[in-house]
Design a protein around this ligand. Structure first.
Ligand code: 6PG
Length: 263
């Protein structure tokens, strides 16, 4: 088993969402069978939420024992609890409100109306991660971490040429003046993302083509944060045709790069 990066191209957004949802359900069932629980990290963004909706609408949804799934978020927008812009709100509406989760296993970031400051919210999430980590470790074992990709190459709330992408000590950072609104955010750092067994980037649309091409060309992580992403077992890029326009052909030739067993 290698931890190389693989690219899987789909004809359009809807087949992309359906295929990722199906692979997710299969993998999560396997992980629960193996370990008794599974831990996933959710993302915001169009495809991140689209996949959750596709999972909700899948006929295989009820084959998962959702009470054994731990949910974390890769980043959050610093707005009030329940705000439609919160990644948590969107994830709950798309999926979590429709399945029997164990609320004790759902770990949203703090919200701007919780009565704490942004920096304290980052420290709080970091402490929550450690409180749920195996003995001797600062982090839970993340089985699958979902990420979207911004047209500028950002992942989670780690933006190009900002301090956050260089962070090596903290597990969670506060973000101010984010180029993508809202300006204040919280984000896991790159080492935490890369501690995941599997990172699944889901990327769709022509506006992502250049960022995806640069990511796979291994440019500097400071300029294109996504270029630094590497899961411990697998790093999979699930993309649609439009986003794949600038991906080198040798990375997208079925058979050469991908078998169904690889997820
Ligand atoms: C957020 C996200 C962010 C997102 C990308 C892609 O909170 O905004 O977590 O990292 O995944 O910006 O978003 P789109 O798919 O909407 O372009």
């Amino acid at each position: 088993m290698t931890n190389e990066r693989r690219v899987l191209v789909h004809p359009d957004k809807s087949s992309l969402a359906g295929s990722v949802a199906a692979r997710f359900l299969t993998k999560i069932i396997d992980v629960i069978e193996e370990r008794g629980e599974a831990t996933v990290v959710l993302t915001g963004g169009t495809m991140g939420i689209g996949i959750l909706a596709a999972i909700r609408d899948s006929s295989a949804r009820d084959s998962v024992d959702w009470k054994r799934v731990n949910f974390w978020w890769g980043d959050e927008r610093w707005v009030p609890r329940g705000d439609a812009d919160r990644n948590e709100t969107q994830a709950r509406e798309a999926l979590l409100d429709h399945i029997a989760v164990d609320e004790a296993r759902v770990h949203p970031f703090a919200a701007s109306d919780d009565g704490i400051e942004l920096d304290d919210a980052a420290a709080l999430y970091s402490a929550e991660l450690t409180a749920n980590a195996p003995e001797g470790s600062a982090l839970p074992v993340f089985d699958i971490t979902f990420l979207g990709l911004g047209p500028d190459g950002h992942i989670a709330s780690l933006f190009p040429n900002r301090g956050g992408i260089r962070e090596e000590t903290l597990s969670v950072i506060s973000v101010r003046k984010s180029p993508k609104p809202p300006p204040e955010r919280l984000s896991l750092t790159l080492p935490v993302i890369n501690s995941s067994l599997r990172v699944w980037l889901v990327v769709a649309g022509a506006d992502k083509a250049s960022a995806l091409g640069l990511t796979l060309a291994d440019v500097s992580v400071h300029e294109v944060p996504a270029a630094g992403v590497q899961g411990r077992k697998r790093t999979l890029f699930f993309v649609d045709n439009e986003a794949a326009a600038e991906v080198p052909e040798n990375l997208t030739t079925p058979g050469l790069f991908w078998t169904g067993e690889d997820a």
